[in-house]
Design a protein around this ligand. Structure first.
Ligand code: ATP
Ligand code: MG
Length: 367
């Protein structure tokens, strides 16, 4: 086992709401592809409830309700419990223990410099009252990743600073104690539009907390309604006006979702997305037409997911069972890593025969 470097995935989501198409293009779709590629030795997918509580401490019911929603979204997108271990973060106490030791390797000023934490603090109006748990969540993410000895972390661009923080902790730990932890690599989407999908309101990021999402579980009508009322170029008032495609969420979604075949099927008068963009930029192409096309494209992607969800919704106890079994399996792995960590840190007193021997020699007096 030691000779061959194993390939291990760890990633997850916060159960603060149902999953949206930003999650889908940013991470979820990729995970399913990686899962089915057969190239990975172990895959861990975590529902990060403990992390969700760091900024929802007063609303545990929200977190509790959304665990099943996230699990249903996972399964309906094709994550398969026979291939991927689906688990709940809080059920693995070893993760909190790791965090406590990693905290000694990170400075307050380093955490304050984390750009994602900075912008999330701003978004939540936490400036004057940041919960310590929230402030330290990059450390907890380092525990999640390293506990499973993950080599590969498929996530959206907002997670880059978290991966940097994790790598620093790994290096510091290995240099200070012993070479125990694995440095993970981030795996970002290849498609630029998927790095950080904007909201339907045109805000920089589609996010559960901003209420600008198209959810995977939204009905066909809701998706259509949301698309038809999407923010576009505010200066594109009349059909004849030239429009802007840069920063226009409708075109960014088309970048993320549309394929060549969609044009043949739904919009044959254009050969491809470049032609459609060129027409919009020139003027003479209305938002409604583009939005109708986007709707057709997105419904095609979302309707099989929606249908699969309906099937899984029929047996909720079984979903909890999947999560329980996954959590048990995940815990074994995390416990093995914690053992290695504690040995490296020399806090394995009772297993250390040498320690007991030398300490007793110290106190062996001549009679
Ligand atoms: P919250 O607002 O509660 O933080 P969120 O919508 O940001 O929720 P997370 O659970 O924090 O969702 O993120 C889960 C994963 O989805 C991460 O890998 C993140 O990078 C990715 N992700 C989230 N939003 C987007 C987005 N708009 N575009 C691309 N990837 C995204
Ligand atoms: Mg987030």
């Amino acid at each position: 086992m030691e000779n061959k470097k194993e390939k291990i995935i760890l990633t997850g989501d916060r159960p603060t709401g149902r999953l949206h198409v930003g999650h889908y293009v940013g991470s979820l779709k990729r995970r399913v592809e990686l899962q089915n590629s057969g190239k990975f030795d172990e895959i861990y997918i975590m529902i990060a409830d403990a992390q969700a509580l760091t900024d929802n401490a007063d609303n545990p019911e929200k977190v509790r309700q959304n665990i099943i929603e996230v699990a249903l979204d996972y399964l309906s997108c094709g994550l398969d419990p026979a291939k991927s271990t689906l688990f709940i973060q809080s059920q693995i106490p070893e993760l909190t223990e790791l965090s406590f030791y990693y905290m000694n390797l990170v400075t307050v000023s380093r955490l304050q410099r984390n750009p994602t934490v900075k912008s999330e603090i701003q978004m939540r109006n936490f400036e004057a009252s940041i919960p310590v748990g929230f402030f330290t969540y990059p450390i907890s993410q380092a525990s999640d990743i390293t506990a499973f000895k993950a080599t590969t972390v498929p996530v959206g661009e907002d997670q880059l600073p978290m991966l940097e923080q994790t790598k620093e902790i790994v290096r510091k730990f290995n240099a200070t104690y012993a070479d125990v932890l694995i440095e993970p690599e981030i795996l970002l989407p290849d498609n630029k539009a998927c790095l950080r999908l904007p909201g339907t309101d045109g805000k920089a990021k589609m996010s559960k907390s901003l209420g600008n999402c198209i959810y995977l579980a939204d009905s066909e009508e809701d998706v259509k309604k949301k698309i038809m009322s999407m923010f576009t170029d505010p200066n594109h008032l009349r059909v004849e006006d030239p429009g802007k495609v840069e920063g226009n969420p409708v075109f960014i979604y088309l970048d993320a979702f549309s394929k060549q075949e969609h044009f043949e099927e739904y919009l044959p008068e254009y050969a491809n997305l470049d032609e459609l963009k060129a027409h919009y930029t020139r003027g003479g192409l209305g938002d409604v037409k583009v939005k109708k096309f986007l709707n057709a494209v997105m419904q095609e992607e979302l309707s099989p997911i929606r249908a699969k969800r309906k099937e899984f919704e029929k047996d909720i106890p079984e979903i909890y069972n999947i999560l329980k079994q996954g959590s048990e399996k995940a815990r074994e792995k995390a416990a093995a890593t914690l053992d290695d960590v504690k040995s490296a840190m020399k806090i394995n007193y009772f297993e250390d025969k040498e320690l007991i021997k030398t300490q007793s020699e110290k106190y062996r007096y001549e009679e």
